[in-house]
Design a protein around this ligand. Structure first.
Ligand code: AQP
Length: 351
């Protein structure tokens, strides 16, 4: 079945792809590089769920991306499965979106090669994530780490996705993907849309250390599916406003990571006012404040964890979702890669 839609400029003059039903495509991905955490959830996955009604949605477990850092091959299948479980449990209804694994659609890597040939080396060298990851993984600065954003551009544009809901750390990559599409289109004709990043208010959730972005690889996370006792063990010692050395010292909620990164997104406006009043007058202590956060977090996380437990008991269902997703994607990918090859003259003239 052909998936052909149309390309038009949107209200902001970005070249946009509309599928055969007139819907804009969404693509986003998550690396199976560790436990899915509340930063991933608040910054990205919860936003993906909001796209389900109005967009043609594609969500990918990007395993090729995860191989750019050292990993244990024996654990990768379980990580991919866990990522699928966490995302479905968090609200990615397989009836309303496509969920699949990147390496099961080989055209991602073919398109990445094509995009390598239109991506300026200088642009890639300016990518902040490459600089950070090179420092974190000094012993393994591989070319894949450097060309990571090119593969990411291929992931998105292989489905002609225009809307890309991500956390703030990925905005630079999405802007580069748009430039790559423009470079390709200028050289070979309009094949790819000019994708745009979509952020949530929780675009950069800080880790429990209060110093770095919450990151799977930094050990500063609260897992989306983590058991309550384990979450509480982490929240108890979590850094708060340094002014509050004693319970009688007033504090400033805006200078407290527990308030800005977690309460802001898990707690009700009434609870936020209660903290504002209690913290600034030293009417409540940090422990009381954290206990309220813990209760509010569990109200959101308990149903997700319970759903995940149900999914783990039905592994065949999860694998069927991923297999069906890959099949759907391979159909679209074959058409788009053929369009790109033709535009580039990569076909034989048969007589
Ligand atoms: N702390 C965060 N706040 C808001 N959004 C975040 N995202 C990640 N961390 C935060 C967003 O989650 C989506 C999936 O991320 P990813 O797992 O593919 O990549 P990542 O950004 O590399 O995630 P991590 O946790 O930081 O992993 P490691 O440590 O392996 O590098 C993306 O949309 C991302 O923006």
């Amino acid at each position: 079945m052909s998936d052909q839609g149309t390309m038009k400029r949107d209200a902001n003059d970005y070249l946009t792809y509309y599928n055969a039903s007139g819907k804009v495509r969404t693509f986003s991905g998550i690396q199976p590089s560790g436990e899915v955490h509340i930063g991933n959830y608040l910054g990205a996955i919860s936003n993906w769920v909001k796209f389900l009604d109005d967009y043609d949605c594609f969500f990918c477990i990007v395993d090729h991306h995860a191989t750019t850092i050292a990993y244990d091959p024996a654990r990768m299948p379980a990580r991919v499965f866990d990522a699928a479980v966490a995302n479905i449990a968090a609200g990615l209804d397989p009836e309303r979106c496509v969920i699949f694994v990147q390496s099961e659609v080989p055209e991602h890597t073919e398109l990445a090669w094509v995009f390598n040939t239109v991506t300026p080396f200088g642009d890639l060298s300016r990518m902040t994530q490459f600089k950070q990851k090179s420092q974190q993984h000094e012993e393994n600065i591989n070319v894949g780490l450097f060309t990571y954003p090119v593969l990411q551009a291929a992931d998105i544009l292989l489905y002609k996705a225009s809307a890309v809901p991500v956390g703030e750390d990925q905005v630079q990559h999405i802007e580069l993907a748009r430039e790559i599409a423009r470079k390709f289109n200028t050289r070979y004709g309009d094949v790819f849309p000019e994708c745009q990043a979509h952020l949530t208010p929780a675009k950069r959730i800080m880790g429990l250390d209060g110093e770095n972005k919450m990151s799977k690889s930094l050990g500063n996370t609260i897992g989306l599916l983590e058991e309550p006792e384990s979450i509480w063990k982490k929240l108890g010692p979590a850094k708060t406003d340094e002014r509050r050395k004693r319970k009688t010292d007033p504090g400033v909620p805006e200078d407290c990571n527990v308030y800005t990164s977690y309460h802001s997104y898990f707690s009700s406006p009434e609870d936020l006012s209660w903290i504002q009043e209690g913290c600034t007058t030293a009417g409540i202590g940090c422990l009381q404040c954290k206990k309220r956060l813990f209760k509010n977090m569990l109200a959101v996380l308990d149903p997700i964890r319970e759903k995940a437990t149900g999914l783990r008991a039905r592994p065949d269902f999860v694998h069927e979702v991923l297999s069906a997703g890959a099949e759907r994607c391979r159909g679209i990918a074959a058409e788009v890669i053929e369009e790109a090859r033709t535009a580039m003259g990569l076909h034989r003239n048969r007589v």
